[in-house]
Write a protein that binds this ligand. Structure first.
Ligand SMILES: Cc1cc2nc3c(=O)[nH]c(=O)nc-3n(C[C@H](O)[C@H](O)[C@H](O)COP(=O)(O)O)c2cc1C
Length: 214
C-alpha cells in the first residue's frame, strides 16, 4: 500500500480560514456567487467542477464530476449526454444533488433538488459556442455505454467530421440540465471541528435559514 494512504489516519488538519458566524446574507444565490468568486480569487483550479449524484431505479446512488456552466433563473446548469447513466437515472428520478468543494477556502456547498431538461433553444445556444472537436465528440461518444474498441470512437469522430464539416448541429441526445434547489447548505471549516453549517431550505416560497451541528 502507498505510504500516503497509510498515513491518512495521522493527518488531522485544522481549518482556520473563515467563519460564517456573522453571515447575514438571506439569499443563497448571492452567497453562492460570493463564495464562487472567492474560490476563483483564491486560485482554486476547477472552481466550477462539482459532484453530481443521482440514484438508480434500484436505489443505487452514483456520483461523477461535471462542470457547472451557469446559474440561470435560480437553477444550477450543467451539460451532458441525456442517454448517459446520469441522464437515464434523472429520467427515472429527477432528485439529484450537487456538491462543490473549495479546499483553498475550506468550504463545501451542498445542493439538493430537482433536475429538469433545459429548453432546446438554450442547449442549442450553448452547444453552438463549443469548440468544433467537442461538438464532434458529443456526436461520437455513446456516453456510459460499453466501448469494445477505441477504434470505434475514432471512426465515429471521422464519420461525423466528414458528415458535418464545420457546421455541427446539437445532437438530440445532448443538452443541458437545470438543478433547482430545495436545499443549499454552506459549510465553512473552523478550528476544532466546530465548523459553520448554514442551511437554506425552500419553504412556502421562501427560504428557511438555520444552522446545523457540525
Ligand atoms: C473535471 C471534470 C469535468 C467534467 N465535466 C463533465 C461535464 O460537464 N459533463 C459531462 O457529461 N461529463 C463531465 N465529466 C465526465 C463525468 O465525470 C463522467 O465521466 C461522464 O459524464 C459519464 O458519467 P455517467 O456515466 O455517470 O453518466 C467531467 C469529468 C471531470 C473529471
Amino acid at each position: 500500500m502507498s505510504d500516503n494512504l497509510r498515513d491518512l489516519k495521522n493527518n488531522h488538519q485544522d481549518f482556520t480560514k473563515g467563519s460564517l458566524a456573522t453571515n447575514e446574507e438571506k439569499n443563497p444565490y448571492v452567497l453562492f456567487s460570493f463564495w464562487f468568486d472567492e474560490a476563483i480569487a483564491s486560485g482554486e483550479l476547477e472552481s466550477n467542477a462539482c459532484v453530481v449524484s443521482t440514484v438508480s431505479l434500484d436505489l443505487q446512488p452514483s456520483s461523477r464530476i461535471v462542470y457547472l456552466k451557469e446559474l440561470l433563473d435560480e437553477a444550477f446548469i450543467f451539460y451532458t449526454n441525456y442517454a448517459s447513466q446520469k441522464g437515464k437515472e434523472i429520467e427515472n428520478n429527477p432528485k439529484a444533488s450537487m456538491l462543490f468543494f473549495w479546499p483553498k477556502s475550506e468550504r463545501q456547498v451542498r445542493i439538493e433538488g430537482l433536475v429538469s431538461k433545459l429548453p432546446e433553444s438554450v442547449s442549442d445556444a450553448y452547444f453552438d459556442s463549443r469548440p468544433l472537436q467537442s461538438k464532434l465528440g458529443a456526436w461520437s461518444s455513446h456516453q456510459s455505454d460499453e466501448l469494445h474498441d477505441q477504434k470505434e470512437l475514432l471512426e465515429r469522430m471521422a464519420f461525423y467530421e466528414n458528415k458535418f464539416g464545420e457546421n455541427v448541429p446539437r445532437p438530440p441526445h445532448w443538452g443541458g440540465y437545470a438543478l433547482t434547489p430545495m436545499l443549499i447548505e454552506f459549510w465553512q471549516g473552523k478550528p476544532s471541528r466546530l465548523h459553520d453549517r448554514i442551511v437554506f431550505e425552500a419553504f412556502e416560497g421562501n427560504w428557511k435559514i438555520y444552522r446545523k451541528n457540525p
